[in-house]
Design a protein around this ligand. Structure first.
Ligand code: BTN
Length: 223
């Protein structure tokens, strides 16, 4: 397996994505991995922060050279597969179990330099009461012990290795089979409509007054 080597582990760091970006800029090979027990400046999508009590979450970032198209969806599928049969995907790649977000993925790409950093956070042993109160309604946890973090990392890397090599159709089929939003009413900055899955570019399709809109970025909310 090419993912996970070399590996740098930090007991405490700012953000593993920042560490991995530094490695990428320094020439680290495809698959180089940064993990941490604690992040003091963990980042989420859309400028949000990502919080997890020390030692309770899988916090990792990979350097990927020549990343394939649909990286964000591939990563969501792989993490869901590593977790649980019940894991579902909220576009583009939030991983939910029983409607609660247990894992988040942050892709930071440098297309012109042909690399990306793929950051993954999974609430493995997180106690929800220890998370910031604004997350209490939406966050979930696997509710496992801390000893489950390392085996889960192995499962995520194996699933990713497979999914990074898949054809686009295989990725889309796998993503669609775990689509948490299909048929539900969602709201985004342009309005409110019914989620209709993803197109071949990984955009979210939303039906509104008989027309189908393709969203390629931004946030959607369940109504
Ligand atoms: C999101 O759902 O908003 C994405 C969350 C991504 C969190 C992970 S934790 C490891 C890596 N380092 C970071 O600073 N963020 C990602």
């Amino acid at each position: 397996m090419s993912l996970g080597r070399p590996r740098v582990h930090h007991r405490r760091t700012g953000s593993t994505n920042d560490e991995a970006r530094t490695l990428a800029l320094g020439g680290a090979p495809h698959g180089a991995l940064v993990t941490a027990s604690e992040q003091i400046a963990g980042r989420g999508r859309d400028g949000r922060r990502w919080a997890a009590p020390p030692g309770s979450a899988l916090l990792c970032s990979l350097v990927l050279r020549d990343p394939p198209e649909l990286l964000s969806l591939r990563a969501g599928v792989a993490v869901a597969e590593a977790l649980d049969e019940r894991a579902r995907l909220k576009w583009p790649n939030d991983v939910l179990i029983d409607g609660r977000k247990v894992a988040g993925i942050l892709v930071e790409a440098r297309p012109r330099e042909r690399w990306a950093v793929l950051g993954i956070g999974v609430n493995v042993a997180v106690e929800l009461a220890q998370l910031p109160s604004e997350l209490h309604a939406s966050a979930g946890t696997l509710g496992l012990g801390r000893s489950a973090i390392e085996p889960l990392l192995g499962a995520v890397l194996s699933a990713l290795e497979r999914r990074l090599g898949d054809r686009v159709e295989q990725v889309l089929d796998a993503w669609r089979s775990r689509d948490a939003l299909y048929g539900l009413t969602v709201a985004w900055s342009g309005g409110e409509g019914t989620a209709r899955g993803v197109d071949e570019q990984g955009r979210l399709l939303v039906e509104l007054a008989g027309a189908v809109h393709a969203l390629d970025a931004g946030e959607v909310h369940l109504r």
